[in-house]
Write a protein that binds this ligand. Sequence first.
Ligand code: G16
Length: 542
Amino acid sequence: MIRTVATKPYDDQKPGTSGLRKKVPVFQQEHYAENFIQSIFDALEGFKGKTLVLGGDGRFYNREVIQKVIGIAAANGFGKVMVGQGGILSTPAASNLIRKYKAFGGIILSASHNPGGPHEDFGIKYNAENGGPAPERITDAIFAKSKTIREYKIVDIGEIDIDKLGTVQAGGMTVEVIDPVKDYAGLMESLFDFNALRKLFESGFHMRFDSMHAVTGPYGKEILENRLGAAKGTCRNFKPLPDFGGHHPDPNLVHAKHLYDEMMGADAPDFGAASDGDGDRNLIIGKGIFVTPSDSVAMLAANATVAPGYRKGLAGIARSMPTSGAADRVAEKLGIGIYETPTGWKFFGNLLDAGMATICGEESAGTGSNHVREKDGLWAVLLWLSIIAVRGESVKEIVTKHWATYGRNYYSRHDYEEVETERANALITALRGKLASLPGTKVRGLTVAKADDFAYHDPVDGSVSEHQGIRVLFEGGSRVVFRLSGTGTSGATLRVYIERYEPDASKHDIETQQALADLIAAADDIAGIRSHTGRAKPSVIT
Ligand code: G16
């Protein structure tokens, strides 16, 4: 029986870069999750009788919200919900399922790389029928609905057993509990030469894949150890836990420091990788060398044709604006298009759908291709392994040869986390106010060539997205970019992206922070970071 429940709107349900992310106790407020789920459905049209894909990264509160979504989807008229066993689906796997089974869309429960647990983060995201994050037009409509919601509909179907594979009828709707890994593993097998990868492991190649107790554990086990024959023990922290073992499932040099330290040690394996909460981000480390995400997208694009899925070449490359220009040089050499989009994977969707871009990447540790409409951590790992297998070279050799050919984009991101929102906003406002006066001025010996607030004109649908980050470009190709994060859940996070291009191969082994020292100082001079935030140094440097 459909029950209509009276409710009152909450005013804070504005989806951010990747859906609605809040602390668990916020989601646990009366009707809070229900309101948002109903607002998603209220913002959509034409789903009666259609399929909804559903899953999450297994974090605390995942199972409860899975049941709520099933009940509300049934009451709103969906014909079927396909849910990952145990409520588990990695973000790229969910994207694949939406596309493969021509679902109407999907709901992914995740707060990505943010920590999990009773007092940590939770998130709900809607993906559209192309498998990608809902575009702004839909997320704006969801927010608008959430502000006026007065009731939601739910069928009380009792607890569906999401641990048992198979199909049940519930509340006039079909619920199919599926193996979360199978379709995704099949997709990977269609893109990469698994025989060549098996031979690589047979030859004694050693790697670590650290799932950080998050969603990629079962995917890594099945693909790397079971199908490709990587040694048992290759997969670390592979059991998804509701609190990720108390850690941040963020594959960067701070939260995956244990992996970094191992890879820099004397007994390092050949290759190290990690993935985040929901499996879309990646960290790539070779023996003795960390590959920045910006470099990784350039190197993957430059070598993609080694894999059967990309043998015909790339249509184009897309990168988010703060991502370094390393990929631009690859696109130039290949004679293909390069697109600079705002931060957020959703902005790649149109380019991928239109066949204008094949590989996309972001400085925030996301790389992916047109195989799904999300970034994909394990995909990046498998493409790196394919390049290593075909070229027969180490990560270090591949990286240094790439820099020798294209030049090196020294790159770093400085994050100031949990800054008071007013102070962070004041910094950005002040910076915007002085943009027009910057060109031509000299800061720390560097001449400002251009300064603007990035606006994106989507070449496919003509939409315009403004205020997507402040860029200060210097003569010679260096730049600093300032942006407020769209994924945090407390206070504001100021991100400062620093980049310097060095064509001379004899200058490619300078320590990164040292290579960028003048730009780091210039960024503070220009934006008054220390005075505005009251912080003497960043909380995280990657
Ligand atoms: C999300 C988006 C990414 C984006 C990142 C930016 O990542 O999916 O496309 O680059 O946010 O984060 P911020 O706004 O904090 O800089 P994820 O992995 O959290 O979904």
